[in-house]
Ligand binder design. Structure first.
Ligand code: GLN
Length: 319
C-alpha cells in the first residue's frame, strides 16, 4: 500500500492500534481521515484538538513538532477519543471543557454545552448594565454549566449573581465552574425550578437573564446527532412551540424584578415575533431583538415599567 509512512493502515483505534512508532503528523492525518470518513465536517480541527489535549500541548505545537514520535499511551488515548468522536459525541464532552467569553468552563452530558450565540446575550446584558447601571443583583435562570452567570460576574465584579438550576448534574458542573474561576464570593448557586427558590426576593432584582430550552418538542429529533444524542433534553425541549419556559419567565419575572428591571432571554428561530407580543402583553417596555452572527434573531430584551428605585431586599443575596 505504500502511502504516508506515519499513517497506520488499520485506522485509528482499529485492530492493531497503536502502531509501534507513529509521529504527531502521522497520527493527526490518520485521526482526521477517520473522522472525515464518518462524515464529520470539522474532522481536521477536531483531530487537532483531541491530539493536542492527549499530548497536553497547544495546537500550534502539532505543526511545529510534526515529526516527533508519540508515546504509545498517548496514541492509545487519542485512538479512543477518535472512536468517541466518530459516534458524534461532542468534542467538548471528550475534552471536558468549552471556552466561553475567554473562560474555560467544565462541560458534561448533564448540561448544555455553552454556545457562542449565548455570548451575545452576555454582551447585551453587560451593555444594558453600563447604560442603566451600576446594578447590584442579577439572576440567571436555568444556569446549566453556569456560563452566563460566570461570564457576567467575571466582567462586572460589582454585580452579585444568583444562578438557579434544577438539574443535580448541571448544579455539580456549575458549582465546579464557579469554584474553579474563583467566583464563589460573587455567584450564589441555588437549586430549584425557575423562580421557586427566590420567593423571598420580591422586587429586588436588576436583571434576569436566561437561556431556556427553546426547541419545539416535535423537532428535537431533527437536531444534529451531537445535540440530540448527547445533550440533556431538559435543556433543549421547550414544549410544543418551544416557548413554554419563556412564557413562565415573562409571567413570573415582574414579581422579582425591581421597577425598570430588565429581562434578557435567548430564543430560537421564528420566536421573536410571538415573544415580542408576549412581552408587550405582559406590560414590558423598551423591547428589542438582536441577531446572532448568523443573522438569526437570537436574543430578546425588555424592561418592566417604572423608574429605577433602589432595589430592596437585595442585601441578603449580595455578598
Ligand atoms: N441553541 C441550542 C441548539 O443548538 C438550543 C439551546 C436551547 O434550547 N436553549 O440547538
Amino acid at each position: 500500500m505504500g502511502g504516508d509512512p506515519g499513517v497506520h493502515a488499520g485506522g485509528v483505534g482499529g485492530p492493531g492500534w497503536p502502531p509501534s512508532e507513529v509521529t504527531i503528523g502521522g497520527l493527526l492525518a490518520a485521526g482526521a481521515a477517520a473522522l472525515a470518513g464518518s462524515g464529520l465536517p470539522t474532522a481536521r480541527r477536531d483531530a487537532e484538538w483531541l491530539l493536542a489535549d492527549a499530548l497536553g500541548v497547544d495546537r500550534l505545537r502539532l505543526v511545529l513538532d510534526s515529526d516527533r514520535v508519540v508515546a504509545a499511551e498517548v496514541a492509545d488515548r487519542f485512538g479512543e477519543w477518535i472512536e468517541r468522536r466518530k459516534a458524534h459525541e461532542p468534542l467538548q464532552h471528550i475534552l471536558g471543557f468549552e471556552e466561553f467569553r475567554g473562560l474555560r468552563l467544565k462541560t458534561g452530558p448533564a448540561a448544555l454545552i455553552p454556545r457562542p450565540e449565548t455570548e451575545l446575550l452576555v454582551e447585551w446584558a453587560l451593555e444594558l448594565e453600563r447604560t442603566h447601571g451600576p446594578w447590584r443583583l442579577a439572576v440567571d435562570v436555568g444556569a446549566g454549566t453556569g456560563a452566563i452567570a460566570c461570564a457576567l460576574a467575571a466582567a462586572a465584579p460589582h454585580l452579585g449573581l444568583v444562578a438557579v438550576e434544577r438539574s443535580t448534574g448541571a448544579l455539580a458542573l456549575a458549582a465546579a465552574n464557579i469554584a474553579a474561576l474563583g467566583l464563589g464570593r460573587q455567584v450564589r448557586l441555588v437549586a430549584g425550578d425557575l423562580f421557586e427558590p427566590l420567593a423571598g426576593l420580591p422586587s429586588a432584582v436588576d436583571l434576569i437573564v436566561s437561556n431556556p430550552p427553546y426547541i419545539a418538542t416535535a423537532t428535537l429529533s431533527q437536531l444534529p446527532r451531537e445535540v440530540s444524542d448527547w445533550e440533556p433534553p431538559e435543556a433543549l425541549d421547550g414544549g410544543p412551540d418551544g416557548m413554554a419556559v419563556h412564557r413562565r419567565l415573562v409571567a413570573e419575572s415582574p414579581r422579582i424584578l425591581r421597577p425598570a428591571g430588565w429581562l434578557v432571554m435567548e430564543m430560537g428561530e421564528e420566536q421573536a415575533g410571538p415573544l415580542r407580543r408576549l412581552l408587550e402583553a405582559g406590560g414590558f417596555e423598551g423591547i428589542e431583538v438582536r441577531r446572532d452572527f448568523r443573522g438569526t434573531e437570537r436574543v430578546i430584551a425588555g424592561r418592566v415599567p417604572g423608574t429605577h428605585a433602589e432595589s430592596v431586599g437585595a442585601e441578603a443575596w449580595v455578598r
